[in-house]
Write a protein that binds this ligand. Structure first.
Ligand code: ATP
Length: 237
């Protein structure tokens, strides 16, 4: 059996009569950064929500560190250290930066809350300066930092980042990718969902392309970039 940290086999899910994921196979190993690419509507967010226990599984299996977590309630999934930073930031607008971060440690990471808060403020000094500010009044980039900081408070073993660079200025996109590089250097496993194909493939160890709920490519970023056919078909490059 594979010793992957996350091992997804033949995963199916959807909404009502709509089948979105049609049998997804994917794995992430300890310390790996894996890019998940695909056009709008391919099913990337649905995959993340299904892995996190927020959308019910309709078939297949999800294993995390050898444990079958298929169909688990999201709080139990978080408890294992599979942490999802959702698309669109989703911070609590009427709570302060500090309170948002504290909530990140609600289910997991409570014992080291103070220490982890220090680490998050070290990574994001801008959040430290704004600790008492209401999250809803932060800029888009700051809210994205807060969403990631909140995820880090839960001591992730695998961090799923859904479109972290979406809507950010070019400078902040650079900052975001350098942050991902830092997390990678610290040995954190990251599943990175991105529209920013070039930079994602630069940082990723491996990549998947999802189209219409199916994995169409899985392999090394260099192989994806080297093939004109694959690039044109799936990356629009
Ligand atoms: P994007 O990059 O645009 O966010 P995506 O790859 O993340 O796209 P999903 O958001 O997973 O794609 O959507 C996949 C399909 O599922 C789409 O056809 C979408 O319309 C549909 N879908 C998503 N959420 C729901 C929902 N709550 N109810 C019904 N259909 C949904």
């Amino acid at each position: 059996m594979s010793n992957a940290l996350l091992l997804v086999s033949a995963l199916k899910s959807g909404y009502g009569a709509v089948e979105v994921l049609r049998g997804v196979d994917l794995e992430v190993h300890t310390g790996e950064t894996v890019a998940l690419l695909g056009s709008n509507g391919a099913g990337k967010t649905t995959l993340n929500l299904t892995l996190s226990g927020l959308v019910p599984t309709r078939g297949g299996q999800v294993r995390f560190d050898g444990l079958d977590i298929t169909g688990w309630h999201y709080r139990r999934v978080v408890g294992q250290g599979l942490i999802h930073v959702p698309e669109g930031r989703k911070v609590f607008p009427n709570l302060s930066v500090h309170e948002n971060l504290e909530l990140g440690a609600f289910t997991r990471g409570r014992a080291h809350r103070a220490e982890n808060l220090g680490k998050v403020y070290d990574i994001f000094p801008r959040l430290k300066e704004r600790t008492a500010q209401l999250a809803g009044t932060l800029s888009g980039g700051e809210q994205q930092m807060l969403a990631i900081g909140r995820g880090l408070m839960a001591e992730p073993r695998l961090l799923i980042l859904d479109e972290p660079s979406l809507g950010l200025s070019p400078l902040l996109v650079e900052e975001m990718f350098s942050l991902i590089g830092r997390l990678k250097a610290e040995g954190l496993a990251v599943l990175l969902v991105e529209q920013n194909v070039g930079q994602s493939l630069e940082i990723a160890d491996r990549a998947y392309v999802l189209e219409n709920g199916d994995i169409r490519f899985s392999g090394l970023p260099a192989d994806l970039l080297a093939s004109d056919t694959l690039r044109q078909a799936y990356l629009g490059m």
